[in-house]
Design a protein around this ligand. Sequence first.
Ligand SMILES: C[S@@+](CC[C@H](N)C(=O)[O-])C[C@H]1O[C@@H](n2cnc3c(N)ncnc32)[C@H](O)[C@@H]1O
Length: 410
Amino acid sequence: MIPIHHYKVNKQKPMANKSSNSNLTNAKNAKNDEFYTQYHDIEKEITAYLEYNPEVFRGKTILLPCDDPEWSNFTKFFAQNFERLGLKKLISTSYAVESKKYKSYYQPSLFEVNDPQFDEYKTKKNGKIFILTGDKSGDGKVDVNDLEWHYLKGDGDFNSNEIKKLRDEADIIITNPPFSMFRDFLAWIIKADKQFVIIGNMNAITYKEVFPLIKGDKMWLGNGFHAGNAYFSTTLAKEYAAGVYDPETGLVKFRNVCWFTNLDHGRRHQPLPLMTMDDNLKYSKHKELKGKESYDQYDNYNAIEVPFTDAIPSDYEGAMGVPISFLDKYSPEQFEIIGYEKSYHLRTKIYPNQIQIDKNGKRSNVTKLNDGAAIKVFTQPDDMTYYLVDDEYFVQSYKRIFIKHRKKTT
Ligand SMILES: C[S@@+](CC[C@H](N)C(=O)[O-])C[C@H]1O[C@@H](n2cnc3c(N)ncnc32)[C@H](O)[C@@H]1O
């Protein structure tokens, strides 16, 4: 038995342009990739695809790379549900202990040590592969006890030829890849034109390699974590500030986490219920909008600023700048994604000279206002960074995606 265990803007108050996800950014800086996904998060996500298409995994080979099969809930979930999902083959691979960026105390599992294949050198230097194709134990059912394993020739690096071959063999690639290598990992999948379900940070949407996939409906957000908050288990508890790591559960909490996929699911086809522009301005629950005369128009993009996804007006036909988190509610039948800040063809203006003035009044010459959507403000903001261009004041919105209603609305 394998010891798999149980992981605005309004004129007064515009927004800053910083990512709110400092936890994950810190993790990225430290190149810490050791976060392990919880069983129920995997189960909840996979259930969404199954509900949409009960046959989605039937006859398929699933590869779980960047895993630690002895401990992984991915391996455990797919092994335990092998028959129910109708899988053809499950392959799970791990990355060698000594190749991991983050060094910590390592002790091989009893399962490995007690196996005749055990090799003191390879246990640290090599990755491992676990394969499941059917009932090997002869107990009449397929589960974790039927996984067969051996050491990989190499360290299990997803970019190695050894793992690329497995990728090419697989139909669907599912994992929580190393956060620090998200772009490379996604490119690795896309290159082989595979189906996938992977965990990542929502801010990845603004990467120049990632956004075209979203815009082209080649990748979308999965069913998701509750409110984008994901809890992972980690062996590196001491790395985290209080509030991020909970010693009682042994879990770290990251914000803005989502699943990226090209498998369809039901939520993706549910239209977002919306109010008209007039109703939003009269009745919005957001103080930033309620009582305003109109939605702000960007100064440098031909679009209006919509600071909240639920404040998208149902009857506006032009382009709208919406928060990145809109993608969690995106239905391709309802909206068309037309660009984001780096879609420079949508930009109508470039500011050659600008002075940035921060909250403390510190002035600097920058070109940053050209990096995003700018909103002209008529009074000098006193509690946030703003920009001075030819005696006019501007603030920059948070990162935005530009969308349009797909169909004419009533
Ligand atoms: C975020 S963890 C997720 C582990 C597991 N998939 C899970 O969700 O429970 C990513 C894992 O990928 C491993 N890793 C880092 N670089 C890698 C590489 N180049 N190739 C394969 N795995 C790698 C890390 O050591 C880490 O264990």
